[in-house]
Design a protein around this ligand. Sequence first.
Ligand SMILES: [Zn+2]
Ligand SMILES: [Zn+2]
Length: 291
Amino acid sequence: MIAGAHISSAGGLHRVPERAAAIGADGVQVFIQSARTWKPTAHKPEDLAVLRAARESGQVQYIACHAIYFINLATDEPELLKKSRSALLNTIDVANAIAADGIVLHVGSHKGRGLEATLPQIVTELQTALMRLDGPWLLLENSAGAGGTIGRDPVELASIINAVDHPRLGLCIDTCHAYVSGVDVTNSSQLDALVTEIDTRVGIERLRCLHVNDAAAALGSNRDRHANLGQGELGKGLAVTLSHPALSDLPMLLETPGAEGNGPDTAEITALRTLCKQGVTRRAKAARASS
Ligand SMILES: [Zn+2]
Ligand SMILES: [Zn+2]
C-alpha cells in the first residue's frame, strides 16, 4: 500500500520529502500555493527539482497536488471563472514540473442552477486544462454535498468525466465526504454499490486515489469535518473501505487534523496501515468461512 498524507509546503516544496519521511508517509499531497489566496507562489526551480527527484527515485511514491478551494468552474461570474482558470492552469504547470501523479480538484458549486445548466462550461474549462497536462491525471474529488457543490455523488462526477472524454481525467474519492453525503462506506453492501456505480459509469481504473479521513459529522449531514482515524463516526469501520479489493492498492492520502491539529502525523500514518491490515485480515477470514 501507499500510505500518504497531506504535507505542508510551508517554506518551499523542497521541504516536503523530509516532512513525509519524518511521519513515515510513502506518498504526499501538497498545495502548490497558499489555500487562502489567489496569488500564485513563485517556486524556485531548484525547489521543484528536489520534489521531482524524490518522486523519480521512489523516495516519494505518489504526489498529488490539491488545487485551491476557491476554484469554481461552474460559476456564472466571469471574473471568478477567469481566476479559477488561471489558478487551475498554474497548478497544472507546477504538477507537470514536479512529475506529480495527480491533481485533485473540487469542480465548484452551481449555486442552485443545477449541474445540467453548468455542464457545458465545466466541460470547456476542463478541456482547456487537460490540454496543458503533461503526465499527471486530473482527478475530480467528491464533495461533502453542501449547497450546490458539484460531486456530492459519483454520478455527477461521472457525467462530467463522460462529457469530457479524456484518458487522464479521473476521480479521487474522499471517505469523509462520501459518508457525510450519505454513503455509509463502513457498510460492505453500500461500499460495493459505490464501487460498482463508479465502475459501470466511468470504469474503476479512473479512480486513482483515496482521501482517507474519518468524519466528525453524521451520515448524510453534508458537513465537511474531518476527524482523526478511529476517532470519528467511521471508526474501525473504515477498514471495510481500505481493504476493498478494488481500492486497497490505490494511494491513500490522509487529510486528518492530527493529534496537534497540524495535519497528519506519525500516529495517523500508523493508524492507516493498521486499519488496512485489519480490514484485509477480516476479509480473508470471512472468505475462508464462506468457502
Ligand atoms: Zn479530500
Ligand atoms: Zn473535506
